[in-house]
Write a protein that binds this ligand. Structure first.
Ligand SMILES: Nc1ncnc2c1ncn2[C@@H]1O[C@H](COP(=O)(O)OP(=O)(O)OP(=O)(O)O)[C@@H](O)[C@H]1O
Ligand SMILES: [Mg+2]
Length: 261
């Protein structure tokens, strides 16, 4: 079956860049898959997402969306089919929650009544009761609530692909766990294809159908979480995937010698 998103030997060096930010990257995201890109800061994760929705063009190689070379597609039409959540949420501060969510439908010229219904449905979906939240400004929301508005906004025009750049990065662990589990349920319910960037291995393993580990612009290993755990490609991947277990062990140790015993 045709992959929903495919990168074929893609490389990119930013203008004036000293080195390759993305180097010879190939990956396939099947339709309906939850794909997680993980790696250290500066490994090329955000750049890879931007290559998928053509915020940047590859220097070498091809990006295929549902089998079609992205270069042959109208960039605006291409992006319309994709919801994007940036590393910083980026709500417009002078616009209400409802106005922020309505940005794309408004650009697409939907009738006002349909937009208004869609806003309510989306706010319900992300568990922000519309009556309470529609008219608030971003400054009147918690960080987690802002992320929910960002999610509603990204889903507004019914995209089939979601690109999410550390969407839960700035949240406290409890909120983060809730929101990521809720998003996984939304992904399944709406039949989305998701590429999510994170540097948290626990999050990757809990959410992903497929994981790709990036390092210095390259993909060093990809596969199911199970495959990576069973046979890490090298010491770097081994260290990375052992982080959740190592932390759990440390925690168990700390509890055992702690005052509560
Ligand atoms: N606009 C740009 N111009 C030049 N170099 C850039 C630009 N954006 C990113 N880079 C460089 O490309 C490399 C990859 O950056 P990228 O933002 O993709 O990393 P990342 O994996 O998303 O990191 P982080 O986890 O910190 O967000 C880095 O070395 C970075 O300095
Ligand atoms: Mg980044």
């Amino acid at each position: 079956m045709t992959a929903m998103i495919a990168l074929e030997r893609v490389s990119l060096s930013y203008p004036g860049g000293q080195a390759w930010s993305v180097r010879d990257v190939s990956l396939e995201v099947p339709r309906g898959a939850f794909f997680v890109l993980i790696g250290e800061s500066g490994s090329g994760k955000t750049t890879t997402l931007h290559l998928i929705n053509r915020l940047i063009e590859p220097g070498e190689g091809r990006v295929l969306i549902d089998g079609v070379d992205a270069r042959t597609m109208d960039p605006v039409a291409l992006r319309r089919g994709m919801g994007f959540i940036f590393q910083a949420v980026g709500l417009f501060p002078d616009m209400s929650v409802a106005e922020n969510v309505a940005i794309t439908p408004r650009l697409l010229g939907w009738p006002a009544e349909e937009i208004s219904k869609r806003i309510n449905a989306l706010l319900d979906l992300v568990r922000l009761p519309p009556a309470q939240f529609r008219n608030r400004l971003p400054a009147e929301l918690s960080g987690g609530q802002r992320q929910r508005v960002g999610l509603a906004r990204a889903l507004a025009a019914r995209p089939s692909i979601m690109l999410m750049d550390e969407p839960f990065g700035a949240l406290d662990p409890l909120t983060r766990d809730d929101l990521s589990a809720e998003y996984r349920a939304i992904h399944d319910a709406l039949g989305l294809t998701t590429v999510l960037v994170t540097h948290d291995m626990t999050e990757a393993f809990l959410l992903a159908d497929l994981v790709a580990v990036m390092r210095e612009g390259r993909i060093v290993q990809s596969g199911t979480p199970r495959e990576l755990l069973a046979a890490p490609a090298d010491d770097f991947v081994r260290t990375l995937i052992e982080t959740p277990r190592r932390r759990a062990l440390k925690l168990a140790e700390a509890m055992a010698i702690g005052p509560g015993r």
